[in-house]
Design a protein around this ligand. Structure first.
Ligand code: AMP
Length: 439
């Protein structure tokens, strides 16, 4: 029989790497909590219509990358429902905002999520078919100030804080404004017009994009196309006065907070719902170990999204961090992490002492220590070998130790062997444990 493997583009996350994942998620919860965000968990699959309307039928995600299936109808009279594994989480959050009437409080909603997303992309380093995003949304009625450029700047400043707290170095923030819902069509028309003459000299993909989705031409990475792209119209020249003022206010707040950024005229991003501010945090490839996939996270404002999916006016701004890419970056910058060692390996000396070994482990674990228990069926040599792989110390538990309450402890690093009273063992093995010898 052939061996079954994880499906292409998916993978198992194993210890010790999952320690980095936990560290990233814990840091996100801690930082976002300080900015008063609360966690939201939406379903992993939704009605296909949500993404078709929210993300946009013409986007690569909806046109090519979704995992969609017809759910079986429960009754004959019922129509089969088309369902989709979520390719991103903003549409789901906005659906939940509408469904639960969260805007009726009149307050801004600040929500974050952590979870898997699914896109049928061509797998490569830093790009998977099941990948993980950590994201957040600030959304609410305009009366709550949801359109304010202050919200954009606050979100960007929070992201800078998050990356700095994780210790990511060499990140770069790129920002742009894609204008209002009326600015963008004027720009796209101008782009289409300009592309009519030059597209035939560009790469095959750009020739197609010039027809189907001209904004995507700006993402092209083919070196020969770059000088041509530089001559194309820039969206900055198509912003109305209100969008220009909004963008200037975002930049002024970032300047005041000392968050460095670069303006990137070509940052238009792949989702239809973006309006005004768009942004991306990148990490230089030699520092990030990401190769071509150097976008750590992206986001922007989506003032019309709620209405696109049938809700009230609810402007918002949000982002999604690619957690897989953060892990790769941390690994490249900090090196692989070593498996975590236990504080002690308890070696019962004889099978009859196994239950007593478990009880000692229970006491030490309750004191907060990380403990492995061996098996009294092992010979002493094997106990020492196993203990040395798993823990910093070995604690021998024989009949003598059990009755005298004095245990023999050997530290593997120093080779030192000592006798320690049971009541002082937790503190001796790890002074950070919650028990102290005085207690
Ligand atoms: P997007 O939802 O397309 O705006 O992407 C936001 C972030 O999610 C990107 O900057 C990436 O870090 C990450 N991301 C998007 N697609 C993938 C993927 N297929 N595999 C891994 N990370 C991804």
């Amino acid at each position: 029989m052939s061996i079954l493997k994880a499906v292409r583009g998916t993978r198992d996350l194993l210890p010790p790497e999952t320690e980095i994942w936990n560290h990233i998620e814990n840091t996100a919860r801690s930082v976002f909590g300080r900015y008063s965000f609360g966690e939201i968990r939406t379903p992993i699959f939704e009605d296909t219509q949500l993404f078709a309307r929210g993300v946009g039928e013409e986007t690569d995600i909806v046109a090519k990358e979704m995992y969609t299936w017809e759910d079986r109808a429960r009754a004959q009279s019922e129509k089969a429902q088309s369902l989709t594994l979520r390719p991103e989480n903003t549409a789901g959050v906005v659906r939940a905002y509408i469904e639960h009437g969260l805007g009726e409080s009149g307050m801004l909603q600040k929500l974050y999520y952590i979870g898997p997303q699914f896109r049928r992309e061509r797998p490569q380093k830093g790009r998977y078919r099941q990948f993980y995003q950590i994201g957040a949304e600030v959304i609410g009625p305009p009366s709550a100030g949801s359109e304010s450029p202050l919200r954009d700047a606050e979100v960007l400043e929070m992201l800078a804080t998050f990356l700095n707290e994780l210790g990511i170095t060499g990140w770069k923030l790129l920002i742009n404004s894609v204008g209002s819902a009326s600015d963008r069509p004027r720009y796209i028309a101008a782009l289409r017009e300009a592309l009519r003459d030059v597209a035939p000299t560009m790469c095959i993909d750009c020739q197609r994009r010039a027809e189907t989705n001209p904004l995507r031409v700006l993402d092209c990475k083919v070196p020969e196309d770059q000088p041509i792209i530089e001559t194309l119209p820039r969206i900055a020249d198509y912003l109305d006065e209100a969008s220009q003022a909004h963008f200037a206010a975002v930049r002024a707040a970032l300047d005041t907070c000392g968050v460095a950024y670069e303006i990137s005229h070509r940052l238009v991003r792949g989702l239809d719902y973006y309006t005004r501010t768009t942004f991306e945090f990148q990490v230089q490839s030699e520092e990030g170990g990401l190769g071509a996939q150097n976008a750590l996270l992206g986001g922007g404002r989506y003032d019309g999204l709620s209405e696109m999916i049938g809700g009230p006016k609810a402007p918002g701004i949000g982002f999604a961090i690619g957690a897989d890419r953060l892990v790769l970056t941390l690994e490249a910058q900090a090196g692989q992490i070593a498996p975590r060692l236990a504080d002690a390996y308890i070696a019962p000396l004889g099978e009859g002492l196994n239950p007593a070994g478990l009880l000692l482990a229970r006491e030490l674990r309750r004191a907060g220590l990380r403990i492995e228990v061996g098996d009294g069926g092992f010979r002493l040599k094997k106990s020492f070998e196993t203990g040395n792989k798993l823990a910093r110390n070995i604690v021998l538990l024989g009949e003598d130790e059990l009755h005298s309450g004095i245990l023999t402890v050997k530290n593997f690093a120093s080779g030192e062997q000592t006798k320690i009273a049971r009541g002082e063992l937790a503190f001796a093995l790890n002074p950070d444990s919650h028990s102290s010898p005085q207690e």
